[in-house]
Design a protein around this ligand. Structure first.
Ligand code: PAF
Length: 282
């Protein structure tokens, strides 16, 4: 595996792979890699000949007071994991390479960015859209892969890629979960033992609510029950919402829905989401 920290070196490395006729997949990450990231790499290997992984803890997607400073950074361990997973290129730009002095452009995707996490973390998705656009231009992959755990992020990236005519296929990959159902996240390490046990209420409450809605229960009742379960487990809820799976706008029972939640367990903010299948007609 080649590791690059400068853009001209990255471009040469990618050009060499292209020269061999390779189809290239990009897995953008912020490091602190876990089995969820490895599932993205595995899927990337399935759809392309060579895999590029980026590790960049992107300051512009953290609001003041969020966990940018304490976000886990594990360069050596991450690098070993990726080399073992047969990744061709690790792209690890320093902040001044990603955002040189004078950098002044931000990409704002309206609509899908403004609800749910966008409403609770103002500016977050502008930071995500900007860095993902830059990564796509830096690497120019055929395919880029994103986890469904960050479902709204996936929707924002899809919208941006369509709107800016970026020539790349975006693939969402199913959320990887611990045995008890908690979605894998680099932030799970913030949970103490007791919080970790109680955190399982998040996927369970979403699963129960999704199945109830699919059976035809009134969504508001199902969402209310999910909120009660989360509060009883000790979560402080940011939102539990049912929306259209494509637009993140108003849920229509005849179309695929998505149930998304963000809630804080102690100092740790967790997010999760599940699919809600459309009601069968007739
Ligand atoms: O999902 C993440 O880890 C980040 O939001 C991403 C897509 C790498 C952009 O910084």
């Amino acid at each position: 595996m080649q590791t690059f920290r400068q853009l001209d070196m990255l471009r040469q490395g990618v050009a060499a792979l292209r020269g061999e006729g390779a189809r290239i997949a990009l897995v953008p990450t912020m490091g602190a890699l876990h089995a969820g990231h490895l599932a993205l790499v595995e899927e990337a290997r399935r759809v392309a000949d060579q895999v590029v992984v980026s590790i960049f803890v992107n300051p512009t997607q953290f609001a003041p007071g969020e966990d940018f400073e304490r976000y886990p950074r594990r360069e050596a361990a991450d690098s070993r994991m990726l080399a073992d997973a047969d990744v061709a290129i690790l792209w690890m730009p320093p902040t001044e390479v990603m955002y040189p002095p004078g950098h002044a452009t931000r990409i704002a995707v309206s609509g899908v960015s403004s609800v749910l996490d966008g409403a609770h973390r103002p500016g977050h998705f502008d930071g995500v859209a900007t860095v993902v656009a830059k990564l796509l231009h830096q690497v120019r992959p055929d395919t880029a892969l994103f986890g469904e755990k960050d479902y709204q992020q996936l929707c924002v990236v899809r919208r941006m890629v369509a709107d800016l005519d970026i020539d790349v296929t975006i693939r969402g990959v199913t959320t990887q979960r611990d045995d008890d159902g908690l979605a894998l996240s680099s932030r799970n390490i913030y949970l103490d033992d007791d919080e970790r046990v109680r955190a399982v209420a998040l996927p369970r409450a979403l699963g129960v609510a999704a199945r109830a809605i699919e059976r035809g229960d009134p969504p508001e009742a199902a969402l209310g029950a999910a909120r009660e379960t989360l509060t009883a487990a000790g979560f402080a809820i940011d939102y539990v919402e049912l929306v259209d799976a494509g637009t993140l706008e108003t849920f229509d029972p005849a179309r695929p829905g998505r149930l998304l939640a963000a809630a804080r367990m102690g100092a740790t903010r967790l997010i999760d989401n599940v699919a809600v299948e459309p009601l069968q007609q007739g």
